[in-house]
Design a binder for this molecule. Structure first.
Ligand SMILES: [Zn+2]
Length: 286
C-alpha cells in the first residue's frame, strides 16, 4: 500500500524501530523484498539507483515498482536514490517514485542547499508536492553500485558537521536527513566505526528522521543503537548483492544441467533476497 516515506519512518521510530531500504536493480529482487516485508508485517522501502532510473528502461521499472508497492499488503515506498539530475528526478516521479534523495552532498554547503530547493521547486511545479525529499549533508565515501573496499577512517573530512544541521534542514525544507558518521557505500576494509558523538550531536539539533546509508557490514548492534539516536531509515545494497551473486555462482551450473532451468534459478535468487530482507526487517525492529 502507498505510504509517505517520512510518515513510514517516523512511525517506526515511535516504536523504537527503523525501516530498511533495499536497492532494487531488477524486479525479481523487488518482489522478494516486498514478499519478506509482507511476511514480517512491516513496511519497507524500495530504492532505485540513479543509473537505473536514468537508463531508457528506468521509468518502466519504476512504474512496475509503483504497481508492486500499491498492491502490497504492507506500506511500501519507492524512492529514487542519490539523484541530482532534474530530468531524471521529474521522469522518475512521473513514473511513480514517491520519494527522492536530492543529493548535493558532493557540493559546497550553499550549493547543496540550492540543489535541494531546486528539486523541491521542480516537483512542486509538476504537481508533485507530496513527494518526500531526503537530503544528504556530509560526504559518503565509496561507490553506491560497486562494492570496493573503503577505509572510512581515511575520510574524516566527510563527516556531517553537526553545527550545519539546523541551518541546512530549515533552508532545504528536507523531510529526512542522510548523515555521514563513519558509514560508507561498498565494503568496509576494517571494522566500521560509527562516530556516536557526531550522530548524537546531529540528533540533538533536528527533529527530522535521520538516514544511514552504507549499512552493509555495520554490526546489527550498532544499527539498533543508531535507531535510539533517531536513525529511522537504513539503506542496504552491497550485502543484498553479495548474497544474490553468491547464490547464482553456486547454483547456475546445476540449473543449466537441469534443462536450462532459469525459473528454478530465479527462485533461488528470490530466496536469497527474501532471506536477507526478512532478517534485516527483524533486526531493525528488535
Ligand atoms: Zn546511499
Amino acid at each position: 500500500m502507498r505510504v509517505r516515506l517520512d510518515e513510514l519512518v517516523s512511525s517506526a521510530l515511535e516504536r523504537g524501530a527503523a525501516v530498511p531500504a533495499f536497492t532494487c536493480y531488477d524486479f525479481t529482487t523487488a518482489l522478494a523484498v516486498v514478499a519478506a516485508a509482507e511476511e514480517s508485517g512491516r513496511g519497507v522501502i524500495l530504492l532505485v539507483a540513479p543509473k537505473t532510473a536514468a537508463a531508457p528502461t528506468g521509468p518502466r521499472l519504476i512504474a512496475a515498482l509503483r504497481a508492486l508497492a500499491d498492491d502490497a499488503g504492507v506500506p511500501v515506498s519507492v524512492q529514487l536514490d542519490h539523484a541530482s539530475d532534474l530530468d531524471v528526478i521529474r521522469d522518475s516521479v512521473t513514473a511513480g517514485a514517491d520519494a527522492v534523495l536530492a543529493d548535493g552532498s558532493a557540493l559546497p554547503f550553499g550549493e547543496n542547499i540550492g540543489l535541494v530547493r531546486e528539486v523541491r521547486a521542480a516537483l512542486d511545479a509538476q504537481g508533485a508536492s507530496d513527494v518526500v525529499i531526503e537530503a544528504e549533508l556530509g560526504g559518503l565515501a565509496g561507490d553506491e553500485d560497486k562494492a570496493f573496499g573503503v577505509d572510512t577512517d581515511g575520510h574524516p573530512a566527510g563527516l556531517t558537521d553537526p553545527r550545519q544541521v539546523q541551518d541546512f534542514v530549515s533552508r532545504t525544507g528536507a523531510q529526512l536527513l542522510a548523515v555521514a558518521v563513519g558509514n560508507a557505500h561498498g565494503r568496509y576494509t576494517g571494522e566500521p566505526r560509527l562516530h556516536w558523538d557526531v550522530l548524537e550531536a546531529i540528533a540533538s539539533r533536528t527533529e527530522l528522521p535521520l538516514v544511514l546509508h552504507g549499512a552493509s557490514g555495520i554490526p546489527a548492534a550498532d544499527l539498533v543503537k543508531a535507531t535510539s539516536m533517531r536513525v529511522g531509515k537504513v539503506n542496504f545494497n552491497t550485502e543484498l548483492r553479495t548474497g544474490i551473486l553468491a547464490t547464482l555462482e553456486a547454483e547456475t551450473t546445476a540449473h543449466r544441467a537441469d534443462g536450462e532451468n532459469l525459473q528454478g534459478l530465479l527462485g533461488r535468487w528470490s530466496s536469497s533476497a527474501s532471506r536477507f530482507a526478512g532478517a534485516t526487517l527483524d533486526m531493525l525492529s528488535s
